[in-house]
Design a protein around this ligand. Structure first.
Ligand code: SAM
Ligand code: SF4
Length: 375
C-alpha cells in the first residue's frame, strides 16, 4: 500500500486538484469556493435512504462540532485547522436535519464531533431530537466533560447511550496520547457515571497503536470485566489530520484478540447486528463485560454498512472515506423546504460508495480528517 496523500476531490464528475490538507487551512475545497456546490445525482424521493448497492441507511452520525479539547495523536495535530464558526450548523439546523433524516427511516442518531460535549447547546440539540424523532439518541465523547451532573443532564435531555473513548489506562501515557490536561481519573469517572445513569450498554472505544499502547489489550479487557462495559478496539484508520497513518502502526484486531484470549478466553456473542461495526465477544468464564473489535482494515464490514454522516458544517458524507461530499448548508440557509432536504439526503445516500478501498493501490486519504467528519 502506498503512502497516503490526498490531493483530489470530485466535483461534478471531474477530479479536481486540492491542496494537501494542512494546518490553518480551512476545511473547504478550493473547488467548492470557485463554483456552486455540486449536488448528488437525483434519484427521486424513495421515502427511505437506500444506496445503489442495496444497503438501507438507518444510522446517522451527526457531528455537532469539529472542535476538540484533546489532540489525540492518531486523530488531530495540535495546530489543526477548524471550519470558521459561521460555517457550523446551528442547533435548530441540526435538529431539523435529524428530523428530516428520521422521516427517511433513520433509527439511531449518534451525536459526535470533534468533541460534542463542547457544544454549548448539546442538551437542547439532544432534547430537540428526542422530541422530534423516534430515534435512539447516542453520544460519543472523550469523557472530559462527564461529571455526575453533566451525565445526568445528558440523560434528562434524551441521550440513551454513551460511548467513551479512552486509549490508555496509564496516566502518563493517556496524557501523552490524548495531549490533554484532563486527568485519566475524570474519564474513568465519566464511564462510571454513565453506567450509574443507565446510559448503557456503555461502550469504551480504544485505538491501539503499534509500540505505543498495544500492550494494554488485556488491561482494557480487565476494565470491561470490572465495570461490565463493552470495550471496543478500533483499528487505526488513515483519517488523521497529520496524514501520519502508516501500515506498520495500526494493530490488527486478530492480534488484539489473541492477546486477550491468552489470558481470558472469549466466546462470540450471539445475535450481533450484522450492520454493527463491532464483532463482540463475551468472556468464556462468565465474567461480566464484553470486548468488541472494529476491524475496518483487516476485516472490512462495508457490505453491511447502514451509516450516513452529516458534518458540523453541513456536508453529507455517505462514507467515512468519501472523497465526494454533498453540501446541504446552502439549501438549509436558502430556505429550502423539508421535501427538498429529503430529496437531497436520498440522492446523497444513493451515491454511497461500495467500500472504503483502503486496500486498493489507488486509495486516497480523504482531505477531511476524522475529527471534522464525526466518528
Ligand atoms: N471526541 C469524541 C471521542 O473521541 O469519542 C468523538 C469524536 S472521535 C472522532 C470518535 C471516535 O473516532 C473515537 O472513538 C476515536 O478514538 C475514533 N477515531 C478518531 N480518529 C480515528 C482514526 N484515525 N482511526 C480510527 N478511529 C479514530
Ligand atoms: Fe478529539 Fe475525539 Fe479526535 Fe481525540 S479522537 S482528538 S477526543 S475528536
Amino acid at each position: 500500500m502506498k503512502a497516503i496523500a490526498s490531493t483530489t476531490t470530485e466535483v461534478r464528475g471531474a477530479s479536481v486538484a486540492l491542496p494537501q490538507w494542512r494546518r490553518h487551512e480551512p476545511i473547504r475545497s478550493r473547488a467548492s469556493a470557485a463554483m456552486p456546490p455540486p449536488a448528488p445525482r437525483p434519484v427521486g424521493d424513495l421515502g427511505v435512504l437506500l444506496d445503489s448497492h442495496g444497503r438501507t441507511i438507518r444510522d446517522l452520525r451527526l457531528s455537532l462540532t469539529d472542535r476538540c479539547n484533546f489532540r489525540c495523536t492518531y486523530c488531530m495535530e495540535p495546530d489543526v485547522a477548524f471550519a470558521p464558526a459561521g460555517e457550523l450548523l446551528g442547533a435548530s439546523e441540526l435538529v431539523r436535519l435529524g428530523r428530516v433524516a428520521a422521516s427517511l427511516g433513520i433509527r439511531k442518531i449518534r451525536l459526535t464531533g470533534g468533541e460534542p460535549t463542547l457544544h454549548p447547546e448539546l442538551l437542547a440539540i439532544a432534547a430537540g431530537l428526542r422530541d422530534e424523532t423516534c430515534c435512539e439518541i447516542a453520544l460519543i465523547t472523550n469523557g472530559s466533560r462527564g461529571d455526575r451532573a453533566s451525565v445526568a443532564a445528558w440523560r434528562g435531555a434524551g441521550i440513551a447511550r454513551v460511548t467513551v473513548s479512552l486509549d490508555s489506562l496509564r496516566e502518563e501515557r493517556f496524557a501523552r496520547l490524548a495531549r490533554a490536561r484532563t486527568p485519566l481519573a475524570e474519564v474513568l469517572a465519566c464511564i462510571r457515571h454513565a453506567i450509574e445513569a443507565g446510559l448503557g450498554p456503555v461502550k469504551v472505544n480504544a485505538v491501539l497503536l503499534r509500540g505505543e499502547n498495544d500492550d494494554e489489550a488485556v488491561a482494557f479487557a480487565d476494565l470491561a470485566r470490572r465495570l461490565d462495559v463493552e470495550v471496543r478496539f478500533i483499528e487505526w484508520m488513515p483519517l488523521d489530520s497529520g496524514h501520519a497513518w502508516r501500515q506498520d502502526r495500526w494493530v490488527p484486531a486478530a492480534e488484539t484478540r489473541a492477546a486477550i484470549e491468552a489470558v481470558h478466553p472469549l466466546r462470540p456473542t450471539e445475535g450481533d447486528d450484522p450492520s454493527a461495526t463491532a464483532r463482540t465477544y463475551r468472556f468464556a468464564d462468565g465474567a461480566p463485560g464484553r470486548v468488541g473489535f472494529i476491524a475496518p482494515i483487516s476485516q472490512p464490514f462495508c457490505g453491511a454498512c447502514s451509516r450516513l454522516r452529516i458534518t458540523a458544517d453541513g456536508k453529507v458524507r455517505p462514507c467515512l472515506f468519501s472523497t465526494t461530499e454533498w453540501d446541504l448548508r446552502p439549501l438549509l440557509r436558502q430556505g429550502a423546504d423539508d421535501a427538498s432536504l429529503r430529496r437531497f439526503l436520498v440522492d446523497a445516500a444513493w451515491s454511497k460508495q461500495a467500500g472504503h478501498g483502503i486496500e486498493s493501490p489507488r486509495f486516497e486519504q480523504p482531505v477531511r480528517p476524522m475529527s471534522a467528519i464525526g466518528g
